[in-house]
Design a protein around this ligand. Sequence first.
Ligand SMILES: [Zn+2]
Length: 235
Amino acid sequence: MSSLDASLVSVWEKDHDGATSDNAILLLKMFTDAGSPESLSIGERDRLVTDIRKALFGSKIKGFDTCPKCKVDLVFDIDLNDLDFRSSSEKFICYDEGVRAEMRTVTSQDILDLKGMDTARRCEALLQKCLISVNGNTSADISNISPNHSSKIQDMIEERDSNSLIHANQVCASCGNNWSVVLDIVSLLVEDINVYVNQRLSEVCQLAKLSGWTETEILAMTDKKREFYLEQMNE
Ligand SMILES: [Zn+2]
């Protein structure tokens, strides 16, 4: 088995049941040299996962969505090279009544740490995690910030989260409506890998059944040789 195939099978085996944050870290550890992918912002994470998708399967993908205006189901081609990456800085400032809160962007590790929490506790814990300082005090607690100020910060975090997602602009051929489709690049890539590995292992099953060769022997063959045997045996 080539080292690439071995890596793809490993992702397939370890797939975290579609959990985006866990799967993103799995992909980044497997296919990049990003030292600690958990600490990357969501925007940076998705940018790197997009590069992995392009390197493994190319830049073209099929998209599916429903036109928000006329409700027609659409299938469209997306070229990842044309995507709009809206980058935002790692830190931001939120003022309220003379109080200056310095915040950082949300990371994969933050999301993993807060998994399973109820919404109210999760919001407060996320604010605390992303709080760098209040009026320069780096040991400040989020409880020292007024509810109005916290609400403003929450809105800024949500806006930045939304901006960091991957958007692809679409036009409906039926009604001419324009809108922006949000792509979950992590799930798309994991699905591509699952399809590829299922196909490859299905070939192994067919050849093993017909020839008695072992999985190791079959996967060690070149693609050309494996395809040749499959054609011969299926005739
Ligand atoms: Zn439409």
